[in-house]
Ligand binder design. Structure first.
Ligand SMILES: Cc1cc2nc3c(=O)[nH]c(=O)nc-3n(C[C@H](O)[C@H](O)[C@H](O)COP(=O)(O)OP(=O)(O)OC[C@H]3O[C@@H](n4cnc5c(N)ncnc54)[C@H](O)[C@@H]3O)c2cc1C
Length: 423
């Protein structure tokens, strides 16, 4: 199987031209400073600007540089917990909020006419393990009870929907869909700019301090921002800007590959109705058809940044296992990005100081959730009586966090062993 040397993502190679977001220079003032121009930061900025706030967004590199421009483009509502559990943990309003997270994405796309190949073709949660089927049938039933358009797929229905014999069953959630994540992020940035937000790339924030009633931020290139409020929206790319925040999550690499364009006979069989798919194993895979009719396969890689094509062998193995007909195909793209994993598998909202809020930890489910949470945070910063959908929690750094590559690798090996032992 030949593999090209391209470590650029399929999204970067097929993106629309980026809007102009030059580095910040001089001294700026605003109501709200947003650090990080991914889905969280950009949707919050957009909501804030629409509510009349003056907003500056700073990104260390560029809008969509982080996970938002690299992900699988799977727009999935819900969190990794069942809706009944979410009711118990947070209350029904939160369950309703996460259940509508995908709606929010498609509404934003329509409202701002963002060209990002959005399609509402459903998400299939598929299982290779018969032992997982009762749990996901229960989850599906709980969403069905709440009126979600969901349907059970037995093994033959799954084989038809996916074009692979590898799955024992699962369900399809038609609230979900697919998009081109980098074009979605760039479209949000363009909408934010049009609403008056000042968006700057190549402006890493290196210092943040309270100065009287204001926040004072400085960038690596010497620019400054004085702001009434600050949102930290740096997720898996969180650095040491705010004490302890980085150690609340483990930045895990998620790897993806994309084949050369599928020939028509394969395209007719593989995911013919265009759903996105992820499987239920602890260290599972996710896949879809992407730009140029390429089959994309993703999954957990190493806990360090990959050093070459060899690091992608597990993902390529999964691609060939589920779709053996792709064995001789060239892989046109391979790339990676950082997912923020939290110990409880939930996103966290923190308010560690006055007028400072941080949101991170989507655990690989942030396309819909970061967009919905960012919008809710924007509304909350405009009006403190607008509720946040998640409980605000204190920053709890993980002990010996700097050793995370070691213990995370050990955890992954343990999960892989459990996956292998299950029926
Ligand atoms: C490979 C991959 C596949 C995924 N697939 C899916 C999927 O299919 N479906 C799904 O729902 N979720 C998926 N996710 C998760 C999803 O992409 C993320 O949850 C979501 O994009 C998080 O958005 P964010 O805005 O919070 O963070 P990010 O998009 O990561 O943005 C953080 C930004 O902060 C900036 N930054 C960091 N520090 C500073 C600083 N000091 N100063 C200025 N800027 C700073 C970074 O440059 C970065 O641009 C995937 C993630 C990855 C990596």
């Amino acid at each position: 199987m030949p593999m090209t040397a391209s470590a650029a993502s399929i999204w970067a190679a097929t993106a629309a031209p980026a809007p102009d977001t030059p580095p910040l220079t001089g001294a700026a003032r605003c109501d709200v400073l947003v650090v990080g121009a991914g889905f969280t930061g950009l949707t919050a900025a957009l909501r804030l600007a629409e509510g009349g706030a003056s907003v500056v967004v700073l990104d260390a590199v560029a809008p969509g540089f982080g996970a938002s421009g690299r992900n699988g483009g799977q727009v999935i509502p819900g969190l990794k917990y069942d809706p009944d559990t979410l009711d118990t943990l947070f209350g029904e309003a939160t369950t309703d909020f996460v259940g509508k997270a995908a709606d929010q994405v498609f509404t934003l796309i329509e409202k701002y006419a963002i060209a990002c190949e959005a399609r509402r073709s459903g998400w299939i949660q598929a299982s290779v393990k018969t032992s997982h089927l009762p749990a996901i049938e229960k989850r599906m039933g709980q969403w069905a009870k709440r009126g979600a358009p969901v349907q059970w797929l037995d093994a033959p229905a799954m084989a038809r929907a996916i074009g692979s014999e590898g799955f024992a069953g699962g369900w399809i959630d038609r609230r979900a869909g697919a998009l081109h994540p980098l074009n979605y992020a760039l479209g949000l940035a363009r909408a934010a700019l049009a609403a008056g937000v000042r968006v700057h790339g190549e402006s890493p924030v290196t210092r943040l301090a309270r100065n009287g009633t204001q926040w004072q931020a400085s960038t690596a290139n010497g620019a400054t921002v004085a702001a009434q409020m600050v949102l930290l929206a740096t997720n898996g790319y969180t650095d040491r800007l705010w004490p302890g925040l980085r150690a609340t999550m483990v930045p895990a690499s998620s790897f993806q590959v994309a084949t050369a364009p599928l020939p028509p006979e394969m395209l007719a069989r593989i995911l013919p109705d265009g759903p996105v798919v992820s499987d239920t194993r602890r260290i599972g895979n996710y896949f879809r058809i992407g730009p140029g009719n390429r089959l994309m396969m993703g999954g957990r890689g190493t806990f360090r940044e990959p050093t070459g094509p060899g690091d992608y062998h597990r993902i390529i193995g999964a691609l060939h296992h589920f779709f053996p007909q792709t064995r001789d195909m060239t892989l046109d793209f391979h790339w990676t990005g950082r997912v923020a994993m939290t110990p409880d598998h939930l996103p966290h909202v923190h308010k560690p100081a006055p007028s400072l809020i941080a949101a991170l930890g989507y655990n690989g489910r942030g396309v819909a959730m970061a967009s919905a949470l960012g919008t809710a945070i924007g509304a909350h910063l405009l009006d403190a009586t607008s509720p946040l959908p998640l409980t605000v929690s204190p920053i709890r750094p993980m002990p010996v966090h700097d050793l995370h590559p070691l213990y995370a690798s050990a955890a992954i090996s343990w999960y892989r062993l459990q996956d292998a032992l299950e029926r």
